[in-house]
Design a binder for this molecule. Structure first.
Ligand code: EPZ
Length: 417
């Protein structure tokens, strides 16, 4: 069923439970490749991207079993070092197997991930950093062919913070000889979560969450049982859903500390936000105030929340300037929002000017990527009448049971062929 039909105008209220983080679960399940033995992870979200990465781990020779939100992985039988184009093209994060395969098998053949809707998404920084650990890398027929006799720690500088690049290098260096320093490293909570799991396995990683991460290589790692942190982007998406619909939503099993920049900006729109230990209660104001955002690496405003925030600004009072600094083509949702009556002008490649309108009106629209799809769902919640979203398979990559969760809050969403 690849369409979603939304009747707009309902106020959302009640409790919604946040699932485990897609972007924490992906590197953490892949880190099992570093270990001879059974690893168990709890709170793993049921998502298409997780299915894809578990399929890849099976292809590499690991045994994988998923029961609800618990995953068991044993990479003792790891005997393949190739990640095929067929798998990598479906899910770019497959590039995360590169570091562990090199660390474990001293070689890897991983398809170069192509670009995607939001940008070229190169992996040059991953490869440059790996070569500084002594890895020989060639690009042959669209594949990264990597090999090394012995990984040696080194002092590595990233030209710009890269989330999966930092994760790949952490996983490549935990079994290397000597010390590795990663400078200008990404600081996302998912990096800290990965380092925490690896340290539980017996790695020696310091500084995760700061721009300088230090890894002392160790001879081997041991199996681990761990739980995945909450998804901060899913959290932010439901926060905006509550404000948009002048709702009163209590978001549970989340990590408020991971959405600090978002809370700051949403308070400026007039939202009433109460923070508790692992939950956030958020009430929408009668009148939504506009405010500007600029996406930046964590702890700045997350690029993965840019499209969702833009929806909020389309019905806010006044004008909002939205600047996207991370990806070169992350305004695809603008043309779809304009079909719903939004007043948005892209003033330069990465700056959008949003002028608030009284209301959006429902129409058929097209999803283009994961977060743009989420933005269209949010728009459908407030657009007058019916909004039909095509190609909703994008949504299932990163949002667990989104219509079930939204409908439990009072939305009217259904799937259709
Ligand atoms: C991660 O992607 C996330 N994905 C993305 O979430 C997120 O948008 C992104 O980080 C930024 O926060 C996962 O964690 C699986 P980057 P990643 O490397 O690691 C450039 C979602 O919706 N760059 O931090 O691929 C790159 O082009 C997804 O869940 C290079 O130039 O992003 C971009 O401009 C979308 N060369 C910037 O760095 C490289 O070798 C940041 O990219 C690597 C990156």
């Amino acid at each position: 069923m690849d369409k979603m039909i939304i009747q707009g105008g309902n106020r959302l209220q009640g409790d919604v439970r946040i699932s485990g983080s897609k972007n924490a679960a992906l590197p953490i399940v892949v880190s099992s490749l570093l270990v001879d033995g059974p690893c168990t992870y709890h709170n793993v979200p049921n998502l298409k991207d997780i299915e894809s990465i578990l399929l890849l781990l099976r292809d590499l020779g690991a045994t994988v079993e998923k029961q609800g939100d618990t995953v068991h992985i044993d990479a003792t039988g790891l005997n393949q070092f190739e990640a095929s184009y067929e798998l990598v093209r479906k899910m770019r994060a497959s590039i995360l197997v590169l570091g562990p395969l090199i660390a474990r098998l001293k070689k890897a053949r991983v398809s170069l991930p192509g670009g995607c809707a939001i940008g070229a998404r190169p992996v040059n920084l991953h490869l440059k950093a790996l070569s500084q650990l002594g890895v020989t890398i060639d690009i042959v027929h669209g594949y990264i062919e990597a090999s090394v006799d012995k990984l040696k720690g080194n002092d590595v500088f990233f030209d710009m913070p890269t989330v999966t690049g930092t994760e790949n290098l952490i996983m490549a260096s935990v079994l290397a000889e000597g010390e590795t320093i990663l400078r200008n490293a990404a600081r996302e909570p998912e990096i800290i979560a990965l380092a925490d799991v690896l340290n539980q396995m017996g790695a020696d990683i310091g500084g995760a969450g700061s721009p300088i991460i230090t890894i002392q290589g160790v001879p081997r790692l041991k199996p681990v049982t761990a739980s995945i942190i909450p998804d901060r982007i899913e959290t932010g998406t439901y926060m905006i859903a509550s404000i948009l619909t002048h709702g009163d939503v209590n978001i549970t099993h989340c990590e408020p500390a991971h959405v600090g920049s978002l809370i700051h900006k949403l308070r400026l729109t007039g939202a009433d936000i109460t923070i508790n230990d692992k939950s956030i209660r958020i009430k929408g104001p009668e009148c939504i105030e506009s405010t500007d955002i600029k996406t930046l690496p964590y702890p700045g405003f997350p690029t993965d929340m840019q499209a969702q925030f833009m929806v909020l600004m389309t019905i806010a009072k006044g004008q909002s300037i939205i600047t996207e600094t991370i990806f070169e083509n992350r305004f695809i949702h603008v043309s779809e929002l304009k079909r719903l009556g939004a007043d948005i002008t892209i003033s330069s490649g990465n700056v959008a000017i949003v002028r608030g309108v009284d209301h959006l009106s429902g129409a058929p629209v097209m999803a283009s990527d994961l977060r743009a799809s989420a933005c269209l769902v949010l728009a459908g919640l407030v657009a007058e009448g019916e909004t039909m979203i095509n190609r909703v398979y994008h949504l299932d990559r990163g949002y667990e049971s989104i219509e079930k969760k939204m409908n439990s809050l009072g939305a009217k969403i259904q799937r259709a062929m």
